[in-house]
Design a protein around this ligand. Sequence first.
Ligand code: FUL
Length: 479
Amino acid sequence: MTDGQLVSVLPSERQLRLQNMEFYAFVHFTVNTFTDREWGDGTESPEIFNPARLDANQWVSAIKDAGMTGLILTCKHHDGFCLWPSRYTDHSVAASPWKNGEGDVVREVADACKKEGISFGVYLSPWDRHDLRYGSGKPYDNYFVDQLTELLTSYGDVFCVWFDGACGEGPNGKKQNYDWDRYYKTVRELQPNASISVCGPDVRWCGNEAGHTRESEWSVVPRRMADTEKVASKSQQADDDAFRLRPISAQDQDLGSREALKGETDLIWYPAEVNTSIRPGWFWHASEDDQVKPLEKLIDIYEKSVGGNATFLLNIPPTTDGLFHQNDVARLKELGDYIRNSYGINLLESCIVAEAEAPSAGHEIRQILKNDGKTYYMPKGDVNPVILTFKWEKPVQIDRLVLREQLRLSQRVERFRIDVLQGDSWVIKARGTVIGHKKIIVMDQTVTKGLRIVIEDSRCAPAIQFIGAYGPQDFSADE
Ligand code: FUL
């Protein structure tokens, strides 16, 4: 494919919106919380569900403190228990002692989100181990679509519908061939702004649940990455032969380089989401109260996911009380404080020189120092390398850089380097590959009076939307 063809693959508005949300919460809550299990088998009695102190405002306030922008609730997990009083089953909160069967967790969470300006999303597990219709074909599809319709029409705006591919039925288990097209049509009709994630066309599973990220995360990938049946089985072995191409897997390290795209004829914009839990399990277990991920680990995942051209979906499981545990709440606050403190003031706004070697076909260089999402610098003509130079009157201390591309012009940058001024010479400080929505570059603390971004390779001309430089200014040096 030519460079022109590669950069003609563009995100939809809903994909751009989701990518801009960057960091949002997963909340896993169901009967498993009360049985101390990760997967329920569908035989749990609704009698056990009684989160006496449930307070969705506490959840929302904690995720806000972390700097998150949305919350996706497991409205129904694999065990089939519904957190809302669904008209289509009696296996729900309506049959539980919680609020005498008058409660609705989905409503409480959706309302708490709305009040605080947090977007609300729903997880509805296709795999249902309770409902007898599962495995029957159309009758189950009807049930699933009815439930989806309830969720998408009764609780206000939904930013994301998260379809999980997990199914542990095994070879002798029930087999339900989901009518994905019908599910997608329902979502598009009822909530056109909602992203359909993972087993869906808008957002791609990153390939693991441990928070591992790729060095070079491309959003332009072969269309066959979105083959739902293969994503659903979480292994893409299926029949790649049919494509007469190398097999492709959600776990592959390289999904979008020129090399990886050789021979591909059909590409899509399909950005990655990194999903992991703040604890070892997705659901709450008292035994894991002291296993909340360390702050450094969460910072690392944040900087490599949000700062690695992916979104970050971090799970926090409420306890049997219906509250986030104090250890999780404290860690979320620490993470949010770190993000706010580290990426608050863009040191480049105070530079005295901000110049590009080539004139811009987009906006002036100073305009990309404000993170408004709209502007971009793009060199006029065929320029390589593309060099952007910044100088300060007095030395500054830098330990983090943020680069962003203008995604409305696709993902273009393939290789870049960062130089800093030491005395009168430019010294290479860091190297990187892709940028995409956001690249965070963590460097040793450097005191300098100059910074250079050198784009060494890109697909057509790069369109740089934002550059930020950050670091604590508590140093004493003349440089
Ligand atoms: C997996 C599920 O089996 C886990 O329980 C959890 O919901 C995770 C996010 O996805 O496929």
